[in-house]
Ligand binder design. Structure first.
Ligand code: BES
Ligand code: MN
Ligand code: ZN
Length: 492
């Protein structure tokens, strides 16, 4: 799907479909007004008594005085309530309608509707991301595909071209590619998307973009002393991997940004076995890893001026005769010992060794991304990603990037007061802290391995995938990571 920026007038645009917005109470946007004038009021008349509810659509054909064969009207809701969510819903509704129509090309005049205080580049980015998201399908494992090729091949964003908009478009395209990669990796089942598969995927990216890649094998981890990571991988027939993927697009010698992604390709819980219901969703437990690969794909694809190192610990959490038992004590790469009181709290065990390993790259900042706790879903639901940080400035930067990307986060406390919940009689500390504040004690565990770094942790347990009818990976938080890296590079 191609996107281009071109100044167009809605009545004269030679395109398969002109997409226009209108608010409740038949309040037309400027572009819709122009079309209505050219059509001598036929548009307003056709609206009849439709509500203009956000995301509602109405298709008109052969409007007099209008060059395009079809005009798609999209409801934007009450003008006073119009904001980011309404804009994104309208884009999604327009994209879905264009898909139903089988339109080959369209001009999205929705981009000229002001969204609060957002610059027009914001509209542009979210028009591209929303459209690409709506057209995403995961059908590679179905023998009979519903869609052949995507019908919509060209979308014009009718704005006057500028260098700033061109770079916003490049960012949006690359971000959409990265998010699609993350979604596909997340959606692939655990019998296909194994740790080895993720390593191959990283090598593929490395070849495509000339990135540096290194994959540590079990024996490398043994030599290094990654006792925590290895304890999780013990009972699986799939060998664990630690993937290191580097993109150096920034100034030589500038310290990199490190992204550490949880890559549990399937989480059964291990000996602390999970209940059967919805266990299939634990194939998504590598979504943090997928988001790191997606973000690197995006940043390399747009040749962003940043240095990023992705560190991905990946393995499978299985029960079995050689599995870790509750009560086992392991020595982490940092030297600290951990009592594994629950083998289902495995994410922190692979991440702690990966964080210690990431320190060797002397990162300016480290972000870890993990489907870490069910407790985070209880706290924040499926809207906000949980944010934790040992540096408030970093937390503020992440929050600002998340807000721009509309891939939102909510900060949770990381106070020392919670640390005592991790106390152990047999090791330096335990891997669980009891029921209260489960996502905070998980973050507190990780904090013990990031003391010397500027570090933030994103708990994406509630935001990385959807359940139910719409079950599938969301590609979050790729948009946030890309935006953060770009802001970090000084390109605001
Ligand atoms: N991958 C899960 C977290 C998870 C559970 C994410 C459900 C999304 C939905 C993680 O490894 C896990 O099992 N966490 C445990 C921790 C507990 C044993 C302290 C949890 O949240 O129950
Ligand atoms: Mn688990
Ligand atoms: Zn897990």
């Amino acid at each position: 799907m191609e996107f281009s920026i071109k100044a167009l007038s809605p009545e004269a645009a030679k395109t398969g479909c002109v997409v226009l917005g209108f608010h409740s109470g038949k309040e037309l946007t400027p572009a819709a007004k122009r079309v209505d004038q050219a059509a001598r009021g036929a548009l307003r008349k056709a609206l009849g008594d439709v509500s203009g509810k956000t995301g509602s659509t109405l298709l008109l054909r052969g409007l007099p005085g209008v060059a395009a064969e079809r005009v798609l009207l999209v409801g934007l809701g009450e003008r006073k309530e119009f904001g980011e969510n309404a804009y994104r819903d309208a884009v999604r509704a327009a994209a879905n309608a264009l898909r139903e129509l089988g339109a080959k090309d369209a001009a999205l005049f929705l981009v000229d509707t002001k969204v609060g205080t957002r610059p027009v580049s914001w509209n542009l980015r979210h028009a591209v991301l929303g459209t690409r998201e709506a057209f995403y399908r995961f059908e590679q494992l179905k023998t009979r595909k519903k869609t052949s090729a995507p019908a919509l091949s060209h979308v014009v964003l009718p704005l006057s071209p500028s260098a700033q908009l061109a770079s916003a478009l490049a960012e949006a395209r690359a971000t959409a590619d990265g998010a699609a990669l993350a979604r596909t990796l997340g959606n692939l089942p655990a019998n296909i998307c194994t740790p080895g598969y993720l390593a191959d995927e990283a090598k593929k990216l490395a070849r495509q973009y000339k990135l540096q890649v290194e994959v540590l094998e079990r024996r490398d981890m043994e030599k290094l002393g990654m006792g925590a990571l290895l304890s999780v991988a013990r009972a699986s027939h799939q060998p664990p991997k630690l993937i290191v993927l580097r993109y150096s697009g920034g100034a030589k010698g500038r310290r990199p940004l490190a992204l550490v992604g949880k890559g549990i390709t399937f989480d059964t819980g291990g000996i602390s076995l999970k209940p059967a219901g919805e266990m299939d969703e634990m194939k998504f437990d590598m979504s943090g890893a997928a988001s790191v690969l997606g973000a690197l794909h995006a940043l390399a694809g747009m040749r962003a001026p940043v240095n990023v190192v992705g560190v991905i610990p990946t393995c499978e959490n299985m029960p079995g005769g050689s599995a870790s038992r509750p009560g086992d004590v392991v020595t982490t790469l940092s030297g600290q010992t951990v009592e594994i009181l629950n083998t289902d709290a495995e994410g922190r065990l692979i991440l702690c060794d990966a964080l210690t390993y990431a320190a060797r790259f002397q990162p300016e900042a480290v972000l870890d991304i993990a489907t870490l706790t069910g407790a985070c879903v209880v706290a924040l639901g499926h809207v906000a990603t949980g944010l934790f940080a040992n540096d408030q400035k970093l937390a503020d930067e992440v929050r600002a990037a998340a807000d721009e990307a509309w891939d939102r986060v909510w900060q949770m406390p990381l106070w020392e007061d919670y640390q005592e919940q991790l106390r152990s009689n047999f090791a330096d500390f335990a891997n669980i802290g009891g029921r209260p504040a489960g996502s905070i004690t998980a973050a507190c565990f990780l904090a013990r391995f990031a003391r010397e770094m500027r570090w933030a942790h994103l708990d994406i347990a509630g935001t990385a995938w959807k359940s139910g009818r719409e079950k599938g990976s969301t590609g979050r938080p790729v948009p946030l990571l890309v935006r953060f890296a770009l802001r970090h590079a000084g390109r605001k």
